[in-house]
Ligand binder design. Structure first.
Ligand code: SF4
Length: 428
């Protein structure tokens, strides 16, 4: 309400589709339908108005008295809200009291806490389908014989057919089978199978029987180099399956051309994804040229951090002001970004030693030797750090005006232990 309890002359209201972000010295208004936005300095009068608008009981409405209406900061704020269709003024005489409006709120609110889960009725009321939708399963982890692993941290950056454990291991079927039978009771919409030479996993057929019976789409991850000629037909014979080929440099031209020609001529390219691991600007440019020249569908690029290519990484991965300007999340996405980490939420990664992670850069949530899928979900919701890692909870993003316009915290940031991978923060 106006300071000094003066009688308001106008009600200022915000549309429910408007999202507001605040720092110590600025405020951002974002229209979640049109993507329009503007920033204003948080002068004392603007601060009074914005704080009042955001009070839960005020429902995005505040009163403005005649003296406030004369302040240039207020006039500028109101005219910009009107210009972008974000809000408007109502004469107080047009209504008996403060108009009713809706303060937008995230609909994802976990009511689960360590204390509430002590109660059986709470445990029984959990709808696990809301919390799990993807499984990444590393079936095998064999160290390359006689040579160092060329991409030792790739699996912590993106899903990759690489080594995940310190010694050679295969996921025991006696552990995996009961886990798959339990977890497929939930609404899993994607399974990724990865690891080293997963075609040699002795129980691949048994596993696929369970997954196809549950009608779950499965993506198989393989290194493109050395991919056996007859393997694609065998894998794609499984219903709901796709192959993801991971290319890395140097790329040998003849096997590469043979593989691509075979995928195109047989039509298998439609059930394939092609991912290029790049660790330099040169590899990035070459990959883009290959993809464009061959019109490769379903192709993407995975920048790989080697530990020594920070400059490339800064160019290829860091968020720019341009990215922020072009980001237009809708209200559902904004709420999602302020409630959960969209990259990690609802996903588990299972390693050959039975450990289960919500993110491979964080400690394990549990192990399938000891924990059921339900226990793992509850553990991550109540004690975990990955699903709930939002920008608003980390430094420096928590003090950044753009926290809900930015993509979720990425594995790259976790690996680098640096959460301002952008050219924005110092300048905002
Ligand atoms: S500081 Fe964080 S929230 Fe702000 S632009 Fe950079 S990465 Fe995004």
């Amino acid at each position: 309400m106006p300071s000094g309890k003066k009688k308001p002359e106008f009600w200022l209201f915000l549309e429910p589709c408007v999202m507001v972000s605040l720092t110590n010295n600025a405020v951002l208004f974002y229209h979640s339908l049109s993507g329009q936005r503007f920033e204003a300095a948080l002068t004392p009068i603007v601060q009074r108005i914005v704080s009042d608008l955001l009070q839960p009981g005020n429902g995005y409405v505040t009163g403005l008295c005649s003296s406030e209406m004369e302040e240039p900061d207020v006039q500028r704020l109101v005219s910009r809200l009107e210009k972008y269709f974000m809000g408007d003024l109502l004469n107080v005489e047009w209504s008996d009291g403060k108009p009713v409006n809706i303060l937008p709120e995230p609909y994802f609110k976990s009511y689960l806490t360590r204390e509430s889960l002590q109660r059986q009725e709470v445990r029984e009321s959990v709808n696990y389908d809301d919390y799990i939708h993807e499984l990444d399963i590393y079936l095998t982890s064999h160290r390359p014989a006689g040579s160092p692993d060329p991409f030792p941290s790739a699996t912590r950056q993106f899903i990759f057919p690489g080594v995940t454990t310190s010694d050679s291991q295969e996921l025991p079927w006696s552990l995996l089978e009961p886990f798959i039978r339990q977890v497929t009771q939930f609404r899993i919409t994607q399974v990724h199978l990865s690891g080293t030479h997963i075609e040699t996993y002795p129980y691949l057929g048994d596993l696929m029987n369970l997954l196809t019976k549950a009608r779950i789409p499965v993506k198989f991850h393989f290194p493109a180099a050395g991919f056996p000629d007859d393997l694609a037909a065998k894998i794609l014979a499984y219903r709901y399956s796709k192959i993801v080929f991971h290319f890395s440099y140097p790329i040998d031209p003849d096997p590469f051309n043979n593989l691509i020609n075979d995928l195109i001529s047989s039509g298998k390219i439609k059930q394939s994804e092609l991912r290029f691991l790049v660790s330099s600007q040169e590899e990035l440019v070459t990959s883009r040229q290959i993809i464009a020249a061959l019109h490769l569908p379903n192709a993407s690029i995975d920048p790989y951090y080697t530990g020594n290519n920070f400059d490339f990484f800064q160019q290829a991965v860091f968020i720019t002001q341009e990215d922020i300007r072009s980001s237009k999340p809708d209200q559902r996405e904004v709420f999602s970004r302020i409630s959960v980490n969209e990259s990690d939420f609802g996903k588990f990664t299972l390693l050959p030693d039975g450990n289960v992670y919500a993110n491979l850069n964080d400690p394990p949530v549990g192990n399938i030797r000891a924990n059921s899928p339900e226990e793992l979900i509850l553990k991550e919701l109540v004690e975990g750090i990955s699903w709930g890692r939002v920008r608003k909870s980390i430094i420096p993003c928590k003090d950044c005006l753009y926290h809900f316009l930015c993509p979720p915290v990425s594995n790259y940031e976790l690996l680098l232990n640096r959460f301002n991978c952008c050219d924005v923060f110092e300048k905002s």
